[in-house]
Design a protein around this ligand. Structure first.
Ligand SMILES: Cc1cc2nc3c(=O)[nH]c(=O)nc-3n(C[C@H](O)[C@H](O)[C@H](O)COP(=O)(O)OP(=O)(O)OC[C@H]3O[C@@H](n4cnc5c(N)ncnc54)[C@H](O)[C@@H]3O)c2cc1C
Length: 483
């Protein structure tokens, strides 16, 4: 039966493609429908993450970091050069090459695992059928024992700053600038706004970030967020908190953005050559659900699912950005694996308490588990240890000493409740916390673990020692926490 599959996945981003590969590995006859069309009119897998998200943004972050190091840091290492020049089109072309390579890699993985790739728009019909509309308009219907919706998300637009062709752009447009904007505005001091603002600040843009909320990185531990804000300000990122954008005027190749603050009734205005709108993303379900198919949305437009990603229709699942929870590639991928395994083996779960968050600025900001604010609110007794990178030999050797590691543990059980880092390689250090916490480690477990010297990870070791007041490489403060 060529038109019948055990699993049809709609969407080939990190949630959908991982689900399809795992389902095929488990012996399920699997198809993945993807509507994204690449340069040559062929389907392009990888979704937001590979095409216009995680990967291209990191490629540009790495390029811009190298440029900034050459300009600002090489001299301190005794490296003299006669001037560094940036070729923006070459930087963008390198990014595009990486994206193409990874997207093709996913297609090869589909071939290797026997996943059928169907190019076009997928729609969920009643009775576990999926309709495929190809680019040429032809329509075909498939029967599926199981359907997995993984249609992702799309940037939120706001009325005061409607997107234009080349001045007011969203995150996708910000990955395509062909020259460095002299004055760059960013609306939104979230992960995406800070990362894209950093890319262009490092290569010479004067960057102003307008953020409506009063608290910087409200979801992060506030001690770490304050430390991060201090570092970003030192890097000359002009971050204006409590700035509510109310309008914009585009004229003569620039945009004037109007905003209000709590302190003043009067509107303020700031003019940019380019403006990036990075105020969040919303679930993408356009044209996806036939009325009467039985799959429901929640009040915010996400597909309604239970803890194991089941929709209201038995055999129909939804995963990734299109369902509740943080919009992160690794969260979607883990849900993809869980759903494939549920379909085949009936038991699987995702540990939603241990989803790492990372902001890939330099230095990075990363965390897992509970913030101090959350632990305090829970009423549990806890203890805290912090350690600065300024006292870590490897950080000094690399001339990269901004930031701290903070560990929060339960006062009585000693179990680690949260690991929060702003500093070099914060993401990699927090990942060690994720592993420790997944195994239910206490701070004593990590205190008794040997860390290689000299490494940045020693900051984590010292922070867990500091939890009990016996860090070695700094004078210990009285252990802090709530009893
Ligand atoms: C600039 C930026 C940087 C980011 N950086 C990071 C990061 O560093 N780390 C991280 O974890 N996350 C990051 N993210 C978020 C990450 O990209 C998303 O969380 C992730 O891509 C979600 O995966 P997904 O598979 O759920 O959806 P998506 O990646 O959005 O994929 C959905 C796919 O479904 C397809 N589709 C939609 N509807 C249909 C349909 N009806 N029929 C057929 N196909 C359809 C789309 O074409 C798309 O390819 C970033 C996002 C952006 C924008």
């Amino acid at each position: 039966m060529p038109n019948k599959f055990d699993v049809v996945v709609i969407g080939g981003g990190p949630a959908g493609y991982v689900c399809a590969i795992r389902a095929a590995q488990l012996g399920l006859k699997t198809a993945c429908i993807e509507k994204w069309t690449g340069d040559k009119g062929k389907p392009q897998l990888g979704g937001t993450c590979l095409n216009v998200g995680c990967i291209p943004s990191k490629a540009l972050l790495d390029s811009s970091h190298k440029f900034h190091e050459a300009e600002a840091d090489f001299k301190q290492h005794g490296i003299e050069h006669s001037g560094v020049k940036l070729d923006v089109p070459a930087m963008i072309a390198r990014k595009n090459k990486i994206v193409a390579k990874l997207c093709m890699g996913v297609e090869s993985l589909f071939k290797a695992n026997g996943v059928t790739l169907l190019h076009g728009m997928g729609k969920v019909l009643a009775g576990k059928q999926v309709e495929l509309t190809r680019n040429d308009g032809s329509v075909e219907t498939f029967d599926a024992e199981n359907i997995v919706i993984a249609t992702g998300s799309t940037p939120v637009e706001i009325p005061p700053t409607p997107l234009t062709d080349d001045i007011i752009v969203d995150s996708t447009g910000a990955l395509e600038f062909q020259e460095v904007p002299e004055r760059l505005g960013v609306i939104g001091a979230g992960v995406i706004g800070l990362e894209l603002g950093s890319v262009w600040a490092r290569v010479g843009s004067k960057v102003t970030v307008l953020e409506a909320q009063d608290a910087f990185l409200a979801a992060a531990d506030q001690q770490v967020a304050k430390e991060a804000l201090k570092i970003f300000k030192k890097q000359k990122l002009d971050i204006r908190m409590g700035a509510r954008v109310v309008g914009s005027d585009v004229a003569n190749g620039e945009v004037a953005v109007r905003y209000t603050t709590a302190d003043s009734e009067e509107e303020q205005s700031v003019t940019f050559d380019k403006l990036i709108v990075a105020v969040g993303r919303r679930p993408y379900t356009e044209g996806l659900l036939e009325p009467g198919c039985g799959v429901n949305l929640d009040e915010r437009g996400f597909i309604f699912v239970d803890e194991q990603c089941r929709t209201d229709v038995p055999g129909v699942f939804a995963i990734g950005d299109v369902v509740r929870g943080p919009m992160l590639a690794h969260k979607g991928s883990e849900e993809g694996v869980m759903v494939a395994e549920l379909i085949k083996e009936k038991t699987a779960q995702v540990n939603y308490d241990l989803i790492p968050s990372v902001i890939y600025t330099h230095p990075e900001v990363a965390w897992v588990g509970q913030t101090e604010e959350e632990v305090k609110a829970s009423g549990e007794s806890y203890k805290v240890g912090t350690f600065p990178f300024a006292a870590i030999g490897r950080a000094l050797a690399a001339n990269d000493t901004d930031g701290i590691v903070k560990v929060i543990a339960h006062e009585e059980t000693d179990r680690i409740l949260g690991v929060h880092v702003v500093g070099p390689s914060a993401a990699e250090i927090v990942q060690q916390g994720v592993i420790a916490m997944e195994f239910g480690s206490s701070t004593e477990d990590l205190q008794l673990t040997m860390f290689a010297h000299p490494t940045l990870s020693e900051a984590l070791h010292e922070a867990v020692l500091a939890v009990d007041g016996h860090a070695i490489h700094m004078p210990n403060r009285k252990p802090r926490g709530k009893k």
